[in-house]
Write a protein that binds this ligand. Sequence first.
Ligand SMILES: [Zn+2]
Length: 327
Amino acid sequence: MSRFLQYALSSAPANETWTLSSGLSARWLAPGCVAMDAGRDDADSVLLSCGVHGNETAPIEVADAILHDLATGRLALNCRLLVMFANLEAIRAGERYGEYDMNRLFNGAHRKLPELVESRRAETLERLAADFFSAAKARRLHYDLHTAIRSSVFEKFAIYPYLHEREHSREQLAWLQQCGIEAVLLHTQPANTFSYYTSRHCGTDAFTLELGKARPFGSNDLSRFSGIDNALRRLLSQPRAAVAPLQADGLPLFRAKYDLVKHSEAFRLHLADDVENFTLLADGMLIAEDGEVRYTATGGAERILFPNPTVKPGLRAGIVVEPAQLD
Ligand SMILES: [Zn+2]
C-alpha cells in the first residue's frame, strides 16, 4: 500500500497541495480524491475511479501503484489526472457497500436518498468530476475500475454507457482491446452509474470496466491485471501513442435484450447458483419463471448477465443480452 492509499484511508485531507519527488504537484480535492497535473495546456483529462464497490480491491491496488510510481518519477505524467478511491468506508470495511450500492446513486439518484452516507459521497464525486472535466482542453476519459462477484465467460469486459445521440468510439474500443477487454456490453438506456454520469453530463468517453473476480487485499494475483495496468500507464505517460486498430471480430459486443424481473417470491431462476456471466442460453430453455410469467430463451445466441435471484421483488434479477453491432 502506498502513502496515497494509506493517507486516503486514515485521514480526511482536503485542499492540500504538495510537490512530489518527481516534481509533479498533487492535491487532495476531498478525502480519497487526488489530482495531479502535468501542466500542459493540450493534455488529456483522465479520471480513474476505483473502490465504488469497496471489496473490489485489485483495481484499488492498480491505481495506488500508479500513483506511487508517478510520485517517485518512475512513471511520467503527460495528462491531467484525477484518481478517486470512491467508497472509503466500504474499502476500510472490506465490504461491497455500507448502506446502499453506490453505483446506483449517481446521475442525481443520491438526491432521492439524501440521508445515506453513500449518497453524500456520490454527490461529492459527481461535483469533483464535473469540475475536473469543465477545465478539460483535450480528450475527456473516465475509466471506472471494478471486479465482478461471479466468474465470467469473458473474464474482462466493459460496460459502455448509453450515449443518446453520440456515436460509439472505435478508438476507445481499440484501446479497451489493448487493455485485454474481451467483450463489451452496450447499454441502451440511462443508468445511475458513475460512468453514465460522466458520459452524459461531462461529455466523457467513460466505461465501467469489469476486470476479473473480487478478492480481499493481498489475495489478488496482480499479473491478471497487467493488461489494464500497462495500458493505463501508457495512456498517462504517452497519451498520443498509437493504439492498434480495433479487431472487431476479437471483441464481441452485446446489448441488453430484456431484464429478468423478479415480480414475487415465487421467482425461480433455472440456472446454477455459480453460473458464469455471459453463459449462452440454449434455444428454448426455460431461464426463469415467476408464477404465470415464464422467461424462455430464443435463438441460441442470448446470454445471461448479472443473475441474482435473491433481490427484492420488483427488482431486476438478471439481464438477458444478445449480440450487437456498431451502427
Ligand atoms: Zn463493482
